[in-house]
Write a protein that binds this ligand. Structure first.
Ligand SMILES: [Zn+2]
Length: 405
């Protein structure tokens, strides 16, 4: 049960019940489409007559549409309901040091076009470039449908109320109002989210995991290590909306130096640079060591390739990453009890090499036999998921549960 916040609440009105039931209908159609009114009523456990006015509202608002199905054996042709998705368009924009991608897709998750270009590190220049690229796409594809917004995915912490990027270490950004300036440049709504949260949202809104997708952890293991925590169908944000920085939970107080400046964080043991440093026998003794590491010219993909061709040092380096990752995952399991842990990032290319080490650590540390068996799901294409995460930032407000009390 949830306590009512008496300083910030939304009072129920006469239309509240209808609003809630309307969103339930919309989500059922989204999940089970095509679906008949009779089946909807059965799913909701109500008489068909109660569903009819809700469906009528959604049809009038253009959120769903109906189409006759094939005739049945008895000659009846029930009309089936669909969520209107193909002519509702959204942009997903993923900004990383290694490059920026723009995906134009529809509300069903279908990709129309993707463009990629080198990231301009100066925010004003990046906004100008994004504005011009989005503008050309709008011109080119305006006959397909309506552009409903942009979802920006950034590798850093974001202030939920202002949309300002508070700190994105890999881009060297602090307090950058990317959302505001892009919205002004393109004239459409812009949403913004930290990368791991956007991946979690794509998993929740565009995945096909049913009830599992209401309680899970998305763990990204890449240049950095981050998590998106989904609890009871909502992203866990905390008081200052920066919850989920599990990459900086320490495994060892005297451990290697993390990019955040502290010692022994999970990230300092399991990120791509950490794995490469272990392989090369380099010590991560200062945040500057990460820059030196980049000049070594070896990527985690090379370490994985070498392990696959029998290099013992590479195999060991990855095994250690897996062992530490397992401890991190066990911490997550013990803290939030997810139904599943989804792992994304380049490390997934080495999954069959490290999974036994990951599992062993989880078995050692998980506190119950049930939690020790928490399913681990590998997400092999995080690049795509980040972009889909961007578009799901535009889609989610349409499908979300109404906020009351
Ligand atoms: Zn750290």
């Amino acid at each position: 049960m949830r306590k009512i916040n008496t300083r910030s609440f939304r009072r129920a009105t006469r239309s509240t019940t209808r609003e809630i039931n309307r969103q339930i209908v919309l989500n059922l159609v989204h999940e089970h489409q095509p679906i008949s009114r009779a089946e909807l009523a059965r799913q909701m456990g109500v008489a068909r007559g109660s569903v009819t006015p809700l469906v009528k509202d959604l049809l009038e608002e253009g959120l769903i549409y109906e189409r006759s199905s094939e005739a049945t054996a008895r000659g009846r042709r029930p009309t089936l309901l669909y969520v209107r998705t193909d002519d509702r368009l959204a942009f997903g924009i993923d900004i990383r040091t290694s490059g920026t991608s723009i995906l134009l897709g529809d509300f069903a998750g279908r990709e129309i076009i993707t463009e990629r270009f080198p990231t301009l590190m100066a925010p004003a220049e990046l906004v100008a470039e994004l504005g011009s690229r989005v503008g050309s796409m709008v011109e080119k594809y305006s006959d397909i449908g309506e552009f409903e917004g942009i979802g920006l995915v950034v590798p850093g912490m974001v202030d939920r109320t202002t949309g300002v990027v508070l700190h994105a270490p890999t881009l060297h950004w602090r307090d950058v109002d990317l959302r505001g300036s892009l919205a002004a440049a393109v004239g459409m709504p812009v949403h913004i989210e930290r990368d791991a949260v956007a991946c979690a949202m794509a998993h929740m809104w565009l995945g096909d995991n049913g009830a599992l997708s209401n309680n899970f952890v998305y763990l990204t293991v890449s240049d950095g290590v981050g998590t998106g925590l989904v609890v009871n169908g909502g992203v866990l944000r905390g008081a200052s909306s920066t919850a989920g920085e599990f990459g900086h939970v320490p495994l060892n107080l005297e451990g290697p130096r993390c990019a955040c400046g502290a010692r022994g964080c999970l990230e300092a043991y399991t990120s791509n640079p950490a794995t490469v440093a272990r392989y090369l026998g380099l010590e991560l003794d200062s945040p500057d060591a990460y820059a030196e590491l980049r000049s070594a010219g070896i990527e985690v993909g090379d370490v994985i390739d070498r392990a696959r061709s029998g290099d013992a040092a590479a195999t060991w380096a990855l095994w250690e990453t897996g062992r530490c990752l397992g401890i991190g995952i066990a911490n997550l399991i013990n803290s939030v009890s997810p139904a599943q842990v989804v792992v994304g990032g380049e490390i997934t290319n080495a999954w069959n090499l490290i999974e036994p080490a990951v599992r062993e650590s989880i078995r050692e540390r998980a506190l119950t036999t049930v939690s020790a068996d928490t399913p681990l799901v590998v997400q092999p294409d995080e690049d795509r998921l980040r972009l889909r995460g961007g578009t799901s930032l535009v889609l989610a407000p349409v499908l979300r549960a109404p906020e009351v009390a």
